[in-house]
Design a protein. Sequence first.
Length: 256
Amino acid sequence: MGAVRVLILGGTAEARALAAALTGLPGVRPVSSLAGRVADPLLPAGEVRIGGFGGAEGLAEWLAAAQAGGEPIAAVVDATHPFAATISRSAAQAASATRIPILALRRPGWTERPGDDWHRQPSTAAAAVALAGMAERVFLTTGRSDLAPFAGLDRHWFLIRSIEQPPPPLPSRHRLVLARGPFGVAEEIELMAGHRVGVLVTKDSGGPLTAAKLVAARELGLPVLLIDRPPVPDVPSVLTVEAALDWVAALIPGAR
């Protein structure tokens, strides 16, 4: 009998770590799916497919086709970005429709520490409104697809960091920095201080890889507009790659 396939909906560091770990389990074959929004993504170990499925219905059809083709998916692990709400909802609906076990690998959000000056916001639109009355110079790290709410804020100047060129509209006064992290604390302090940033706007992505900007803001005494995560589907979830690995191993006989 061939290896059992596990679909990892990924694009995150946790998804890559899980794919690498699953390649070491006997009889398990990870298949990682990337949305394809980044032209040059970091590829995980094992089989990779790039591009969307076409929503919950498309993913359910893909899972059913895999079953009919003799290479069924034994489980789905949603290890997408905490703000990839649409993909997470589609995964939950497709797994329910096809009766395939699903697990969400959700990294914990960030926790405020002494010296932090955080102002939580329910959305990017709310964060744009909250900038009224705050510092003129803004460090914006909300991702390339969430800049439109800030486009009309002509009173502010924005330092925008993105992996790739973001689509319009963009704020009229801005500087764009194209770079891929992770970034160190000293590097973030130099960037913010060098551009005289007065406020940081970012999402509560969680995890250590992008937390340096929050440490830098704390050390510089800057306020942070922190955008809360969207609601998530009610599916079994774990916080760590190790726990996700244990879940897969318990689901597939002989995997350990």
